[in-house]
Write a protein that binds this ligand. Structure first.
Ligand code: GLN
Length: 524
């Protein structure tokens, strides 16, 4: 593997840590690494549709800079030259950014999000922008205005959402690393259903500057990868204080890489969250979860049963708080300043309001409209206290429950998603069923605490990946990596290798796949 001329096929299967190593050893150049990934995208993305925009020239230019700097003997950042895919929710100067919405079709931001600036400073080639549910609303990536992304494990199924593009790019070996955003689970749930790893850091742990806002008190940017160590390496590149985001924590990035390398759970108290255990899970999800618990116990962790009673109300509170904040954040798409502008048909001299209405009608999909209406209603005077005010109180109770739980245990665990990847089109007409998929991930966003999803095997009934979620107290993100890396290491022994070696070959011509771009009805 380390010999010169590593075949392209092998390069895309290396982890970010391995890629960094072979480049430092000068076995391969950064340009070769980028070319290998661009070639892979050429081969499979017609089938997967993980990318909305590609940045071939930009990625190659960064790679050339890395090779030149390395040749001059300059000291480079640990991930220099390692390519990355960025969720289309992050502004990229000069590169089209849409948040999966028609209202931003073709929009080119004049500036970089802080997270993107940090990737550039670390000289990581940006391969392109990944598909997502419109404005990050969804759990399947079917709400993208540009058509769904497919799951590399089974291309008739969803890759999770809203960050399905980033997760599919990883599982499809199109990129070793990706950026995601998590407002209610959009990093963790896609990781779970694609057999990859993803972290929602502590709220404020990564800057939100230049991220297209969904719900500002819940939104968190985070790292996605195929291994726990890679996720930690990326976490350290993007994390840390940023004066441009007033909610950013002024504290050092938790020592996540050291934790991932150490992976020692001996003596750790691991709580099983009673409200997120047992009922409602697919049998294979529950089975793999129980096995992972046994594994942790064998590795020296102490397993404790913990209750957070108000967690049961998290989904209800979230679907008042999120639409309220989203309806307010999305008011900026007014057809006046940037983005789409539609003139209403048959009106000779339309008013600003008429243009706004026509633009928002044409530019937003069904799910976005649903949430704008919900949020506007919840915030209206007369209903504010009954809905939004109550939801905020529940949010406080959930945060207090977690604080009490973390007096007893170091981390909490649960399955990440109650079910494995479902079929494209299966739940698109049932918003409530879709909302319930996030019952295990939403509580962390409400409480501001960090969470990580790590693969724990395939469900026996359908052969699809299952994820385990780890939660830790705010600013103790390193604990996620300690536990995640221990599970990953011990499961590798059980499986005799990496889970991802079992992904079926997706390099199938798109012509053989059904056209799914019409499944999300008029919103597609
Ligand atoms: N699926 C959740 C929602 O639809 C989470 C979204 C997210 O984390 N961005 O709101």
């Amino acid at each position: 593997m380390n010999s010169p001329g590593t075949p392209t096929q092998d390069l895309v299967r290396l982890t970010a840590a391995q890629l960094a190593q072979v480049m430092i050893a000068k076995d391969v150049s950064a340009v070769e690494v980028v070319q290998a990934h661009l070639g892979r995208i050429d081969g499979v993305d017609e089938a997967l549709h993980a990318f909305l925009a590609r940045n071939d020239e930009g990625a190659l230019a960064t790679a050339r800079e890395v090779d030149a700097a390395r040749a001059r003997g300059e000291e480079l950042s640990p991930l220099a030259g390692v390519p990355i895919a960025v969720k289309d929710v992050a502004c990229t100067a000069g590169l089209v950014t849409t948040a999966g919405s028609r209202i931003l079709q073709g929009w080119i931001p004049p500036y970089d999000a802080t997270v993107v600036r940090r990737l550039r400073e670390a000289r990581m080639p940006i391969l392109g922008k990944t598909n997502m549910d419109e404005f990050a609303m969804g759990s399947s990536t079917e709400h993208s205005a540009y058509g769904p992304t497919r799951n590399p494990w089974d291309t008739s199924r969803i890759p999770g959402g809203s960050g399905g593009g980033s997760a599919a790019a990883l599982a499809g070996f199109e990129a070793p690393l990706a950026i995601g955003s998590d407002t209610g689970g959009s990093i963790r749930q896609p990781a779970a259903v694609t057999g990859t790893v993803g972290t929602k850091p502590t709220y404020g742990g990564v800057s939100r500057y230049g991220i297209i806002a969904l719900a500002s008190s819940l939104d968190q940017i985070g790292p996605c990868a195929r291994t726990v160590l890679d996720t930690a390496l990326l976490h350290e590149v993007i994390g840390g204080y940023d004066a441009l985001d007033s909610t950013c924590l002024d504290a050092p990035v938790p020592p996540v890489v050291a934790a991932a390398r150490q992976a020692d759970v001996r003596g750790m108290r691991v709580g099983i969250l009673r409200e997120l255990a047992g009922e409602g899970y697919q049998p294979g999800v529950q089975q793999r979860f129980d096995e992972a618990v046994t594994l942790l116990q064998a590795a020296g962790a102490q397993i404790v049963d913990v209750s957070c009673p108000h967690v049961s109300y998290a989904v209800a509170a979230y679907y008042l708080i999120l639409p309220s904040e989203a309806s307010s954040n999305l008011a900026r798409y007014d057809a006046m300043r940037y983005g789409l502008r539609v003139r209403p048909a048959g009106v000779a001299a339309p008013s600003a309001e008429q243009v706004m209405a026509a633009t928002r009608d044409a530019g937003f999909g069904d799910e976005v409209k649903r949430r704008v209406i919900l949020g506007t209603y919840a915030l209206s005077s007369g209903y504010y206290d009954a809905y939004y005010g109550q939801a905020l109180k529940v949010r406080t109770l959930i945060a207090q429950d977690f604080a009490a739980a973390f007096e007893q245990v170091d981390v909490l665990i649960s399955p990440t998603s109650p079910i494995t990847a479902f079929g494209i089109g299966e739940k698109i007409d049932d918003p409530l069923a879709m909302y319930l998929l996030d019952l295990a991930t939403i509580p962390a966003n409400l409480a501001g605490i960090p969470g990580l999803s790590v693969p724990i095997g395939l469900a026996p009934e359908d052969g699809l990946p299952v994820g385990l979620q780890i939660l830790a107290p705010a600013m103790a993100d390193e604990r996620l990596y300690t536990v995640g890396a221990a599970i990953e290491r011990d499961l590798q022994h059980v499986w005799g290798g990496s889970l991802l070696d079992r992904i079926p070959d997706v390099s199938m011509p798109a012509a053989f796949l059904p056209d799914l771009r019409t499944t999300s009805k008029e919103s597609a």
